[in-house]
Design a protein around this ligand. Structure first.
Ligand code: HEC
Ligand code: HEC
Length: 501
């Protein structure tokens, strides 16, 4: 199943290589040239070439909150310790270094790590360097960071991103921030992991590939020829740089691009302390809890958290109670009247599903190239309900990641809220959560033309009635403020600064 999926997703030049690998795995005989090509794709690791067990530095994630001692005692994001471990090759106990990452507050799970790509410092460093290195691009002009710049929220501050030869892409770059938690990658979910996602850009002719030759085979050869990459890949993976190991290294880096500790997360902790003090059982944030979190930020002169909300810690302390009340009102709207939590749920405020909101729809018509999830579903699994449906994006870090939506069509959070307020854009496949089902039923029963505006779609003239949220101007402002209170701490410099190791 896997090779079939992979071949279909890749561009044409890659097809040949898929067939080669498939042939290899089924034991068909290969010519010497085919074997050389396969060795660019993947190699069976030689453990002897790897760093000795005692010198491999694993990276572990520590998840928690101020209520968890192991988490609380870590002072920063990145912590190095020495610990005892048993070398599986000799059975002897050795002392080796380990990195413990303090997963930011609000993320209640460690980023999932595939068993075949365990995290080590050596892989992470290779991945970090490759992320910022033009070597992945045919002419060296574009790196992953060109479009996913740490300085602009690991995305591009423009509607669509510019790739090789100054070409403009067709989509808004989603952020790499917390992408470690996405169940599927890309707006249409066509990649199943970060490793898989990473196969795409280097062979995309508008991103990193000049269209000449086999993108990945040439890329692997460039990496092998550059600096000490080859030596360090052998140490980290027991293989030369290959398509497989390069993807693993980059994914290992991306799994540390984490943000959390927003004012909302801090208010959640303040609430838990308050509930304990009060001996109450009602675990719900109130304005008081935002006030506690904001006052603490003012005292600590936490520019980042306060700037997001337009507060100057030097002179705006008096504004805290009113602001806290507004954020809390925004929170209540988010989870009730505005129904945002129908899709934006969990630590990252996404259900990891795909929905048609009618983004880009003109006069009821979806743009021709906007099939969304339907287009990327495997043959035999096409679900028309997912035509024009795109992945629900996470909502942490929105102030750094605009413009918004898969086509970058909404410039500000205020505009996004206006879009939802009118119920999105009516089209044949508008998500059920965006529609007034009762009005649609009523229309079908008696074709009542006096109700809300009805538009009829498709052969069977299905009525589609978007559900307006009827938010007041003040409610819209509060909803935006709540999203700003989700703005999280920036990525730790050890991850985001290309010059730090
Ligand atoms: C020319 C700009 C450009 C370059 C270069 C680029 N990307 Fe992207 N990236 C995008 C765009 C645009 C998308 C969304 C495309 C889509 O969904 O069809 C994307 C999607 C992603 C996603 C998926 C995130 C999500 O939420 O679904 C990840 C992860 C990612 N890129 C990482 C990388 C890595 C790693 C590299 C380097 C190997 C890279 N990108 C190179 C523009 C770029
Ligand atoms: C039916 C599911 C659903 C509901 C309900 C929903 N969203 Fe979304 N949201 C999405 C999807 C899907 C996208 C991406 C749509 C696209 O680009 O086509 C999105 C995009 C966004 C974005 C842009 C993020 C980015 O990085 O581009 C913001 C902000 C947002 N939603 C906030 C909200 C708010 C506020 C509400 C409540 C008023 C809400 N959403 C209700 C599914 C939903």
């Amino acid at each position: 199943m896997f090779p079939t999926v992979r071949c279909r997703r890749l561009l044409l030049p890659a097809l040949a290589s898929c067939i080669v690998s498939a042939g290899f795995s089924t034991g068909l005989s290969q010519t010497a040239k085919e074997k050389d090509l396969t060795a660019l794709e993947w190699q069976v690791p030689n453990e002897k070439a790897m760093l000795p067990f005692k010198d491999q530095k694993p990276i572990q994630f520590v998840v928690g909150s101020p209520f968890v001692p192991e988490w609380s005692k870590l002072t920063g994001f990145w912590n190095e310790f020495e610990e005892k471990a048993v070398d599986p090759a000799t059975g002897k106990e050795v002392v080796r270094k380990v990195v413990k990452i303090k997963v930011p507050l609000g993320l209640t799970q460690a980023p999932p790590v595939p068993p075949e790509n365990p995290m080590t410092y050596q892989k992470w460093l290779l991945g970090k360097q490759l992320f910022f290195d033009g070597v992945l691009c045919s002419d060296g002009s574009v790196s992953c960071a060109s479009c996913h710049d740490p300085k602009t929220g690991y995305t591009t501050p423009t509607k669509t991103a510019t790739g090789i030869g100054g070409q403009l892409g067709g989509m808004n770059g989603p952020t790499v921030l917390n992408s470690a938690y996405n169940l599927l990658q890309f707006w249409d979910g066509r990649a199943s992991s970060l490793e898989d996602q990473c196969q795409g850009p280097p062979q995309n002719p508008v991103e990193m590939f000049d269209g000449k030759g086999h993108a990945w085979h040439l890329l692997v050869q460039r990496v092998r020829a550059k600096g000490d990459y080859s030596k360090r890949f052998l140490e980290a993976f027991g293989t030369e740089p290959t398509r497989d190991s390069i993807a693993k290294a980059i994914a290992a880096y991306e799994r540390t691009v984490l943000i959390g500790n927003s004012i909302h997360d801090r208010a959640d902790i303040a609430m838990k302390h308050r509930v304990l003090d009060e001996g109450s059982t009602k675990l719900e944030i109130t304005a008081k809890d935002y006030e506690t979190a904001l006052n603490a930020a003012v005292n600590a002169k936490d520019q980042n958290a306060l700037q997001a909300l337009g507060l100057d810690p030097a002179k705006d302390a008096a504004k805290v109670p009113a602001l806290a009340a507004q954020i809390n009102n925004g929170r209540i709207l988010f989870f009730n009247k505005a129904r945002c939590n129908g899709c934006h749920v969990g630590d990252n405020f996404t259900d990891n599903q795909f929905h048609n909101l009618g983004v880009g729809v003109v006069k009821g018509q979806l743009p021709a190239d906007a099939l969304g999830r339907f287009g990327s579903q495997p043959t035999g699994h096409k679900n028309p309900a997912l035509i024009g449906a795109f992945k629900t994006p996470p909502l942490r870090g929105l102030l750094s990641t605009g413009p918004y939506m898969h086509d970058g069509s909404e410039a500000t959070l205020e505009k996004v809220v206006d879009f939802y307020d009118k119920g999105g854009n009516a089209n044949e496949f508008l998500d059920i959560r965006m529609r007034d089902e009762a009005a649609e039923k009523a229309y079908l029963l008696n074709k009542d033309s006096k109700g809300p505006a009805v538009q009829l779609f498709g052969k069977d003239q299905k009525p589609i009635i978007p559900l307006p949220l009827k938010l007041t101007d003040q409610e819209k402002k509060d909803l935006v403020l709540f999203m700003k209170a989700l703005q999280s701490d920036p990525v730790d410099p050890i991850v985001a600064d290309p010059n730090r190791k």
